[in-house]
Design a protein around this ligand. Sequence first.
Ligand code: SF4
Length: 492
Amino acid sequence: MSEEVKAPGKPVNKKVSPGVQALRDVVENVYAEAREAKKRGEPVGWSSSKFPCELAEAFGLHVVYPENQAAGVAANRDGELLCQAAEDLGYDTDICGYARISLAYAAGKRAAKKLDPTTGAYVIDPNSGKPLKDENGKVVIDPVTGKPKKDPKTMKPFTVLDDLNEIDKLPEGAEKERRIAALKNYRQMIMPQPDFVLCCNNICNCMTKWYENVARMHNIPLIMIDVPYNNTVEVEGANVEYIRGQFADAIKKLEEISGRKFDEEKFEKACANANRTAKAWLKVCDFLQYKPAPMSGFDLFNHMADVVTARGKVQAAEAFELLATELEENVKTGHSTLPFQEKYRIMFEGIPCWPKLPALFKPLKENGVNVTAVVYAPAFGFVYNGLEEMVRAYCKAPNSVCIEQGVDWREGICRDNKVDGVLVHYNRSCKPWSGYMAEMQRRFTKDLGVPCAGFDGDQADPRNFNAAQYETRVQGLVEAMEVNKKAKEGDK
Ligand code: SF4
């Protein structure tokens, strides 16, 4: 695990575990291979996170995932810059933040380190960096300002917006080289531009318009799998037939894009890998049922990108199996990646605010609250046997099922993972998710007898999050959980 802790106690090992490292490597490879393929002139696709990846895997096509990229950009604090860039291109501020980041990226907009035009040096942001410490580890105070001095080694340049299209037009020379070197190059910022797009609207219909726009911008093929919303718990047979027909059409288009025939054997292999990955991932998620949990629920958020990016690859299956073994060991030895004692257990409902992860974590840590249930994570565990079940599995994404199914899933996880309360993220970006949350919150309280609190936020645009409101809501939830706990103890 990333930060091993003997629960309850101090970190005993800050090293990244082999399982976590293996997952990082798998994802790095997917992106690195896509970049290499692009350089060789091979087609690279962009895919929505719940498009059946097995189809592209059957052709050995290279595919990358804009939702993960947008989450990564947001977590690296560049979400606002790219959301604003999309708005300046005419996209409305009410469009999902992932879509805005991705549309700006597709249009060539990039986050870059600020350059001084006269010297060509980076312009350092005086507010960046960690406090400077003396040889005794004490923070050095600036005698003039009375504030802690910054450690110059940790200070960073301002981030500004640049444009690949403008850079491309520059004559070869020092200025062009400097602007290229200034582009921020964390993993998610170096995703190749697409030659085709794979879109499945089983998560939302914003996705459809987002991918149509990318396809139009680059004049490239769009392969669309349209999944009807499930008004019933069971998936209708007619819907399965409708989607199977679209699979056949997608295969034809992928044959044209790749210049290869559909390889049944490769497809079967990809399905086997995807199932193996899904089972191992679900096993990892299930470790949160242990009390105290052998990991922090925030670990699952960090592994979401891994399961999306590589679930059709055998390396992902192996890495998740390794991670599950490590968690099993944590349970046996009483270790946890949670860096504090678990006092309360909650379900975190919705996608986290990626740009504000430390702010989300802080009040939870202060109050001993571990996230032990996350409906968003197991939603990527597509397990099936055969094509018909595969189609049905892809119909069951959180935003494509009726409220009864949605409540049932969540309440099942809450019971299995023994939560004391629920924290609901009203995510301004994800309207299909947040729309029915007020009713869900009402049902959780009634059916589970646990308190629920909601806060306003956004998974990618930090302008929609208010730390003070969040802290107040967490405080309220903790107080209600405390009252509940005392009442239960009094009943004994
Ligand atoms: S609206 Fe929600 S489901 Fe759709 S892309 Fe955005 S975050 Fe994902």
